[in-house]
Write a protein that binds this ligand. Structure first.
Ligand code: SAH
Length: 298
């Protein structure tokens, strides 16, 4: 079998020799368990009820460093356990190679998949599955899409061009993962979510990434977002019976829309709509499985 061409992007870095010598912590790496630092208690105050406390990411680790002689410099605890970053980079590289093997070749799409940490968009209990090619629950009955399908749709959206897209509209922010990928591929991104809970969750998830070209909107994406129109590209992560007319109206001439839609036999199919100077060109591609596109907000 032909091996996939090497990725045109920095992939897994060789582990530092020290890290290679000892076994790496599992992914995600866990903080070492230890007794919490003793805290002076005012005997006048009632004793707080006992509860299980998860160690906050960094500070207690530094506080627990044992009796270091004055001359020895105690290393400052990193913001996150060390190892997570590099390890997730390697796991992500493996995910990207699998997606490449499925036929995705667009360098910008592959670079975005390598750059965006998918594990930051799923609940901690699912972090170990974050780089599998699978959809995962994100709450409120919704799912983060399969990375392979996301990659396929983004490649279609780029339409063979390697330069950045202009303004892009995404319908169905969900947890924000795909929005983060698009922000690497476009100059400006508007992403709409109809569920308030997920709109807020995506805002929290995305804060870490500081993507200044990404605008999150709460509303009914079936209406599109006329204020940002016309769009160079529109992508939906939820499938309805039809492609809403508002999306087609808000697409720029020369622009492309990629969305799942229900077909005559009741299944979902990927639909690509190109808006040309002489009209709409609609192509129907492979079967897909997305959550339903719903109207209104909740
Ligand atoms: N791209 C997302 C996928 C989320 S699933 C991700 O990477 O996580 C699809 C999302 O579409 C769901 O959150 C669902 O609530 C939302 N959705 C469905 N109909 C919608 C509508 N009319 N407007 C906006 N969002 C909608």
């Amino acid at each position: 079998m032909k091996r996939p061409a090497p990725l045109p992007l920095p992939l897994a870095q060789a582990p530092a020799p020290a890290a290679a010598a000892k076994p790496r912590p599992g992914f995600p790496a866990r903080l070492p368990a230890g007794a919490p630092a003793p805290v002076a208690r005012n005997p006048q105050q009632p004793r707080p009820p006992l509860r299980t406390v998860t160690a906050p990411a960094a500070a207690p680790v530094a506080a627990r460093v044992p009796v270091a002689p004055a001359a020895v410099r105690v290393p400052v605890a990193p913001a996150r356990p060390s190892g997570v970053g590099m390890e997730s980079q390697a796991v992500r590289a493996a995910m990207v190679r699998k997606i490449q093997a499925q036929g995705v070749t667009h360098p910008g799409v592959l670079a975005a998949l390598q750059a965006v940490e998918r594990h930051r968009f799923v609940d901690s209990a699912l972090v170990n599955q974050a780089y599998e090619d699978t959809s995962l629950p994100i709450g409120l009955g919704q799912t983060i899409s399969k990375p392979g399908v996301v990659a396929r749709m983004l490649e279609l959206l780029c339409n063979g061009r390697t330069e950045k897209l202009g303004r892009v509209l995404e319908i169905g922010t969900g947890c924000g993962y795909q929005a983060a990928l698009i922000s690497h591929l476009a100059r400006e991104v508007y992403s709409i979510e109809r569920l308030k809970g997920l709109h807020e969750k995506s805002r929290e998830n995305l804060r870490w990434f500081r993507l200044s070209n990404l605008h999150l909107l709460f509303g009914d994406g079936m209406l599109g977002y006329a204020k940002g129109a016309p769009y160079a590209a529109i992508i939906a992560a939820a499938g309805g019976n039809q492609i809403p007319q508002a999306w087609i109206d808000q697409l720029a001439v020369g622009g492309r829309l990629v969305a799942p839609a229900v077909n005559a036999s009741g299944g979902q199919q990927l639909v690509v709509i190109d808006k040309t100077a002489s009209g709409i060109v609609r192509s129907e591609l492979e079967a897909v499985l997305f959550v339903p596109l719903k109207s209104g907000i909740a």
